[in-house]
Design a protein around this ligand. Structure first.
Ligand SMILES: [Zn+2]
Length: 118
């Protein structure tokens, strides 16, 4: 079962509520050339914008799956500055005060929820 309400960034564990800016990596497995064809449930892995940019700018990770995800995130980060802007907004601590474009039908978060957890 996928829990859409309590997703958090895989790297920094920051909570990502619905409507928050993030990068979602979907993954599923499926049999090929075997009958009956089987397909696993899809997994959704999320990264917050700063972690996405940080990962993309960093060196390639170990492992084939990590490398595949890294290349996909690099593709997103390098193709349009929007994700970099989102990361910048997050660093500035203003992301929580700006509505997510067109998707903001969730209750507004309060300042008390905080972006930084030391
Ligand atoms: Zn993160």
């Amino acid at each position: 079962m996928e829990n859409l309400e309590n997703l958090s960034c895989l790297r920094c564990h920051r909570e990502l509520e619905a409507g928050h800016k993030s990068v979602a990596v979907y993954m599923f497995a499926q049999t090929v050339g075997i009958r009956p064809r089987q397909k696993s449930a899809a997994q959704r892995i999320c990264f917050c914008p700063p972690c996405s940019v940080s990962l993309a700018m960093g060196p390639p990770p170990e492992g084939a799956l990590n490398l595949a995800a890294w290349q996909m995130i690099r593709d997103l980060v390098s193709s349009d500055p929007a994700l970099n802007v989102a990361a910048w907004e997050s660093l500035r601590g203003i992301a929580g005060f700006l509505p997510a474009t067109g998707t903001d039908d969730t209750p507004r978060r309060t300042i008390a929820s905080g972006y930084f957890e030391f």
